[in-house]
Every structure is written in C-alpha cells, then in structure tokens.
Design a protein around this ligand. Structure first.
Ligand SMILES: NC(=O)c1ccc[n+]([C@@H]2O[C@H](COP(=O)([O-])OP(=O)(O)OC[C@H]3O[C@@H](n4cnc5c(N)ncnc54)[C@H](O)[C@@H]3O)[C@@H](O)[C@H]2O)c1
Length: 645
C-alpha cells in the first residue's frame, strides 16, 4: 500500500463533478472501487475513497498515482514480452504526461472530461497486463477497466477498447454523470481513451486546412492580404492565430479573458495584442495593405470587433467564431458591454440576468455578422454551436426557407466535401525512439511520398496534396511537438498506405525506429456525428452509426494493433459514435500486409458510405479506388432527376 500524498498544485485539476448518486448508490460506488484491492486494505481505503467521492464527485484513487515521472519513454525502456504491448504503454504514458494532459492527476487528457482511465488502479493494472502479455493474447478494456487478457492470436489486436458504450436510452448527459460516478463507464472523448492524443498539433493542422480551404471558397487568389476575424484563445481556439499565420492571412482573434490572451502571446501563438479598437482598425488597415502575415489578438469582446469593422468599412474576407457556445451559461460566451469580472460575478449571482445578456449579445453578434456577409464576407460555423445558440436567442440566422441556418458549418462546407469525401483525413504517427532526428527522417519520407503521388494525381485532389506538402515542409520550423515525437498530416488512402510502407521499409533497413501509426477520430470513416463529421450526409443516414461500428470491426480483423470505439467525443455524450486505431510498424513483411489491408478499409469504408449518400466527391473517389483495387466492389447510387420527383 503506497503512502497517500497531496495533489500537485502545479497541475490543473478537474472541476468537482455534479453530486448525483443516492446514498445507496454511493455505497455501490465504493464497493465497485474496492474490487481492485485485497480485502485486508478495505478498512483503510473506505474513508479515503468516500472523501474523494464527496469532495470531487469521483473516486480517482489519488493515493495510487505513481511516483515516477509520467511521459512517453523510448519503446525499449518498457518492460514486456511483446513489442506491440510496449508501444501501447508508451502511448498511454504520453496521454497522461502533464505536458500533454489537461488534468493529469484525474487521468483526463483533454476536453474537460476526456479520460484515459477512471482511476489509478485501472492504470496500474493495465500497465501490468501490458508488461506481461504475449502476442497470443488480447487485453480487453471496458471504459478504462482492464477486464483481462484473453487468448487470441498474432494477427488479432493486442488491445480492444470500448468507452462509454451505453444502451441507447441511457446516453443522456446525466447518465454519464451517474454511471461514471459509479465507476462503470467513462467519457473517452476521441483520442484520450484510445491513447492517440498528440497535443495541440492536430488542432493547428485542422485549423490551417480549414482557413486555407475557406479562403478558396471565396476565390483562387491565395490568402495574402485576406482578413480572418474570429474569437477565442482558449484550449482549441488558441490554435487559430498560429494556423492563420501558417495559412498566410491577417487574423484578428478577439478574446475577453486577458489571462488567455497573454498566455497565448507569451507562448508565441499570437503575434500582437491590441486593446484599443481604433488602434486595431489602424493596424488591420496597414496589415491588409502591406499583405502582412500577422496574427493580432484583440483584448476584448468579439462583438465590438464585428460592429466596429462594419462602421469603419473594414472588409472581412473570412469570418468564424470559436467561443465555447456549447456551454453558453457558464463562461463559454461573454456578453458585450460588461467587464469580464462583472460577467463572472453575474453568472454565479444572477444567472437569469446573465442568460438575458448572453442572448442579447448573440443577437447583436449575428446582426453584425449579417452586415458583413451582405458585403461579401464568407462566414462559417466552427462546430461550437454558434448558430444553434444564436437561433435559440432569436437572432437572424435561419435560412430563408426556414430549413437550417443561413451559414454552413465547417464540415458541411469545407472539411466534408473538400477533404473527407475524397478520403483525406488526419493521419498521424509517433516515433517510438522519442528522437527528434527520427521524426525529421519520417517527415522527409512522407514529403517525398506525397510529392511522388502528386505528380500523377487528378486535378480534384491536387490542392489537398499541395497543402499537406507545404505543411510537412514547414512542420519542423513551426515547432509543433509537445510530448511524444509525433506528426499529423491529411492524406487519402493512397497517401496513407504509401507513407506507411515507406516507413516500414526504412525501419526494416534500420534507418528509423519502429513507428506507431494512428489517426484522429475526426476522420472520413471513424466517426458518425450528425452535427460534425457526418453533417454533410444528406440522405437521412447521418443519425445512424453503422459506419463507425463497421469501421472498428473491420480495422480489428485487418491488422490494427489496438482498436477503440467510443460514445461521445467533441460534441458530447450520446451525440456521436467514434472510433480509432493504433498500429505498430516494426519493419516486418507482416506489418506491411497489415498496413495495406487495414488502411485501405479504414479510408474506403467511409468513402463508400459517403458515396452511397450521393456525395459527388465521394462517388468520384470510390470509383477511382475500384479502378485501383479489383477486389473492391462498392454499391453505387442511382441519381434521380429532381424534375421527375
Ligand atoms: N478548433 C477546432 O478544431 C474545433 C472543432 C470543433 C469544435 N470546436 C469548438 O470550438 C469551441 C472552443 O473550444 P476551446 O477548447 O477553445 O474552448 P475554450 O472555452 O477553452 O475557449 C473559448 C474562449 O472564448 C472566449 N470568449 C467567450 N466569449 C467571448 C466573446 N464574446 N468575445 C471574445 N472571446 C470570448 C473565452 O474567454 C475562452 O477563452 C468549442 O465549442 C469547441 O467544441 C473547435
């Protein structure tokens, strides 16, 4: 029994969770937690676990936090009988590294509640199983709980993860509160519970691609001198100015919380901070005129920027918003005309008035955006529920025919048709040696492969190829690595397979260390999410989850090293089913077979479904895939003449 120890005050800690269990259920939660320990320790642990449950709303078993430092070590330093299980230990420790994780001592990687495990006993037991298992066994993970090792075979996944899988009727937010407090399920987010998070790099890349493609929705004149106006310098939104710079625009990002603004400025994620609106107008005019690549933070409310730029006739090319409107009444969105401190007071002391002020501001916000879009601004919703909350506040954001909103979401207009439908998605890899020089070599290999493919690729995907070549060339310079030596880029099936094969060949020759492949779940095939990843599916099937489930099953028998399937991620518990995989490349011919078989399915499953939903770009992509692979035969849709209908 380890000594109990205080929490680390340098770390951010998860907020106290809602008190939801009855007295009987609290006993059940304790009983559940005690299952992990010999009964001789129970009397000592009961008061401690009871106190955790009362104080934090969860039993994290803080006493069992390991004393060693938490970070991804080189793969050879892990104990174990099989290389694949060592790779998984490395990825788990990366997700819990305090430099990477949001609330490391509560085992939360990102998104406030994206958990790797529910408690430290699960962590310890899982690491122990991984250090003992052979490649004739599979470890089964139920929402952080290691159910055990089961006999399987070499080509089976070493680990199968499920997170938050509920009977559908028990998938409301309060069900998560209750069953998580009982210790029987968890919110795995996307890459938290699947051991595939790589820090902020993924968001920077996704935002860069979005800004670049958003600019192309306007014209083909490039991004120089274009002005992008948005809000939020928080967790994910803080990537906007950096992405703006990589994309080559002038960006203005408003942020009401000075602590967030100055933190991003100190980190070098935003170039300049301006607190005066007149000064902002002057600086933006100058930057536009000189076609500077610069990111400016406005220390204040975004509504003031939209209104001021309208009065001053500053033309905004590209507009969006990344305030946290999925959480509008508790600090996700701040009303205009009221100071930050006063707002914080009001939301606690007079929540009704605060709600009125938020809604009033949302109406002003939308009205100002509408004035700009009337002048030609391209505005998109960034998956933060801006249009949804604005509509609930009675703002003028509904489409003229009354169906849907005036403005598209970033997936409907940009990510879906320009990336996912062609099979382009967030492919990533981690160098298991932990050496920057290995990452550099993999960057070079990936770049070479993409340049080779681009020479013969059809015009429809040339732009996506070029964007990712530019990205990978600048990746080292942009210093994006936090935690493990990882890289992300968007590639289609051909790109992913060829890059992976080039890595495997180089590993075989001893030029680089073994590599873990994976991806974000925010991808072509892995996620069914009607308001995000599959929001550009218009045949009614966006409320089904067959694609995500088929995907994980298919990946698991085609060679993934580990697979995962989650309820909740990004948009919330009960709103999305998403899955991912990890695959260790060790340079063997078996690894080559696995990567070819699995990556092909992992992309083409989604393209086939998107094509069946009549998405033109996906029909194009799946026909190409069938020409390349005679064993692929996909059912194609017949298109009906609208006139006949
Ligand atoms: N970046 C992406 O790829 C992506 C994708 C999908 C969804 N989102 C969504 O974007 C939103 C933001 O995510 P986050 O992690 O950055 O959240 P966050 O809460 O950390 O940051 C939001 C920031 O907005 C600021 N803010 C609130 N109201 C404001 C106002 N009126 N004017 C100026 N600033 C204001 C807040 O102070 C806060 O710092 C979330 O709803 C998220 O789901 C982002």
């Amino acid at each position: 029994m380890p000594q109990n120890k205080p929490l680390n005050s340098n770390f951010s800690h998860a907020p106290k969770r809602k008190e939801i269990l009855s007295e009987e259920e609290k006993k059940l939660a304790l009983k559940n937690a005690l299952r992990y320990f010999d009964s001789k320790f129970h009397a000592e642990l009961i008061p401690e676990f009871k106190q955790e449950l009362e104080k934090y709303g969860r039993i994290y078993m803080y006493r069992f936090r390991p004393d060693y430092e938490m970070y991804a070590r080189p793969i050879d330093e892990y104990p174990g009988k099989c290389q694949q299980a060592k790779a998984i230990q490395l990825m788990i420790q990366n997700n819990l590294n305090p430099a990477v994780a949001q609330h490391p001592e509560e085992l939360i990687t990102y998104g406030g509640n994206g958990a790797v495990f529910q408690n430290w006993a699960q962590y310890l037991l899982t690491m122990k199983y991984l250090s003992e298992m052979t490649d004739e066994q599979t470890l089964v993970m139920y929402s952080g709980h290691p159910l055990g090792l089961f006999p399987s075979h070499k080509n089976a996944p070493r680990v199968v993860v499920t997170n938050g899988m509920m009977i559908p009727n028990y998938s409301k937010p309060d069900d998560w509160e209750k069953f998580n407090a009982l210790g029987v399920t968890q919110y795995g987010q996307m890459t938290a519970g699947s051991y595939m998070y790589i820090g902020p790099q993924g968001i920077v890349h996704g935002t860069t691609i979005t800004v670049l493609n958003g600019s192309r929705k306007i014209d083909s004149n490039g991004t120089a001198g274009k002005l992008f106006v948005t809000a939020g310098l928080g967790g994910m939104s803080g990537a906007q100015p950096k992405a703006g710079n990589i994309a080559g625009v002038v960006s203005v990002t408003a942020e009401v919380n000075p602590a967030a603004t100055y933190k991003r400025h100190e980190q070098g994620w935003v170039d300049e901070v301006i607190s005066d609106l007149n000064e902002l107008v002057k600086r933006v005019r100058e930057a536009k005129e000189k076609k500077e690549v610069v990111s400016i933070a406005y220390d204040g409310n975004v509504v003031d920027v939209w209104e001021k730029f309208d009065e001053e006739n500053i033309y905004i090319d590209l507009g969006s918003d990344q305030t946290s409107l999925h959480n509008p009444w508790a600090g996700g969105y701040y009303p205009a005309g009221i100071s930050f401190e006063e707002s914080n007071r009001m939301m606690a002391e007079n929540p009704e008035l605060f709600k009125e002020k938020v809604q009033e501001t949302l109406r002003r916000h939308a009205a100002a955006v509408n004035k700009h879009t009337a002048k030609g601004t391209y505005f998109f919703d960034y998956g933060n529920a801006f249009l949804l909350e604005a509509s609930r506040a009675g703002a003028d954001v509904m489409a003229e025919n009354g169906i849907g909103f005036k403005y598209p979401s970033y997936v409907q207009d940009i990510m879906g048709p320009m990336c996912f439908d062609y099979g382009f998605g967030p492919f990533r890899w981690v160098c298991t040696s932990g050496k920057p020089e290995d990452l550099q070599k993999t960057d070079d290999l990936a770049c070479e492969v993409l340049e080779g493919i681009m020479k013969n690729s059809p015009k429809e995907i040339q732009q996506q190829m070029q964007d990712n070549i530019t990205w990978i060339k600048g990746a080292q310079e942009n210093k994006l690595v936090v935690g493990s030596q990882a890289r992300i880029l968007y590639a289609d099936s051909e790109g992913r397979i060829k890059i992976a094969k080039a890595f495997n060949d180089a590993i075989n020759k001893g030029e680089i260390c073994p590599v873990v492949l994976g991806r974000d779940h925010h991808d072509v095939s892995g996620t069914d999410s009607p308001f995000r990843e599959t929001s550009n599916i218009y045949d009614g099937s966006k409320f089904t989850a067959d694609m995500a489930i088929q995907n994980v099953i298919g990946d698991s028998f085609r060679g993934a090293t580990w697979v995962s399937i989650h309820n909740g991620g990004g948009v919330g518990w009960g709103e999305v089913i998403n899955g991912g995989f990890g695959m260790l490349l060790d340079g063997t011919p078996e690894a080559e077979n696995r990567l070819k078989s699995m990556l092909h399915w992992d992309v083409n499953n989604g393209i086939a479904r998107r094509s069946w939903a009549r998405n033109d770009e996906a029909i194009f992509a799946i026909k190409r895939a069938m020409e390349d692979e005679p064993l692929l035969k996909v059912t194609l849709p017949n298109l009906v003449d609208e006139e006949l209908l």
